[in-house]
Design a binder for this molecule. Structure first.
Ligand code: ADP
Ligand code: MG
Length: 228
């Protein structure tokens, strides 16, 4: 079985600017729950962008689920992401003119492979089950613009999880929640990832959450481009 993530001599910079990422090596086993931390500006979001194939590495190997994204075209990376990666953005990026249920089902409707991995019950039923597990099943018909931040966060998590992507990436999705709600959200996220056998990469600068993960990665420690 290949690694979930397997980086070698990865380098990335924006335009002709200074190196933001210079990571000699990083591997992550499948099924791990990894906590990635580092101060603001240390390149956490940039690294997630490279792993998701949104940003193209300048050098090195970007192994994700056994594929080297560095060898794929931008279009092939987009297709790879849609099929294999669930992404919870820092600001959630929900589609404002769609209801809760339509936001959640979107990846499965847009991507045939994600749809095929939805269990026999179908896309709507699976969305309902996910929504129930995150306790937002009473909100399905609501416009997302009428939700609280905590509710939006759970919609974003359901959308990332539908169709059981092998890799789930979350970029500080709990930063606006209080501690109790953060922990409850994480437990629900872990449960769904475990059920689907998904690997989770979770970014936060809040070290109090670290103990809940199977692996802890300090970005400044593995990133030679980091200011130390
Ligand atoms: P973090 O998520 O850890 O706060 P980022 O990955 O957002 O860090 O940023 C890492 C560095 O890259 C920072 O110095 C930031 O200013 C720079 N950076 C981030 N996004 C861009 C961009 N689109 N263009 C140029 N520089 C950027
Ligand atoms: Mg960030």
């Amino acid at each position: 079985m290949t690694f979930a993530i397997d980086l070698e001599n990865l380098r990335f910079r924006y335009g002709g600017g200074p190196w933001v990422l210079d990571i000699p090596e990083l591997t992550l086993d499948r099924g791990e729950r990894a906590f990635l931390f580092g101060p603001s500006g240390s390149g956490k979001t940039t690294l997630l962008g490279v792993l998701a194939g949104v940003l193209e590495a300048d050098k090195g190997r970007v192994g994700v689920l056994g594929r080297d994204l560095a060898t794929l075209s931008a279009a092939a990376r987009d297709a790879f992401r849609a099929e294999h990666i669930g992404y919870v953005f820092q600001m959630f990026n929900l589609i404002p003119y769609l209801s809760v249920i339509d936001n959640i089902t979107l990846p499965a409707r847009m991507n045939p492979e994600r749809r095929a991995r939805v269990d026999g019950a179908g896309v709507k039923q699976t969305a309902l089950r996910l929504a129930a597990s995150l306790e937002i099943d009473d909100l399905l018909r609501k416009p997302v613009t009428e939700l609280s931040v905590g509710q939006q966060q759970r919609v974003a998590a359901c959308r990332a999880l539908i169709g059981s992507p092998e890799l789930v990436i979350a970029d500080e999705p709990t930063s606006s929640l209080d501690f109790d709600r953060r922990e409850a959200f994480l437990r629900l996220l872990f449960l769904q990832c475990e059920r689907a056998g998904s690997t989770l990469v979770f970014v936060s600068h809040d070290r109090t959450l670290e103990g809940m993960f199977t692996r802890s990665i300090s970005l400044p420690e593995i990133n030679e481009a980091a200011l130390r």
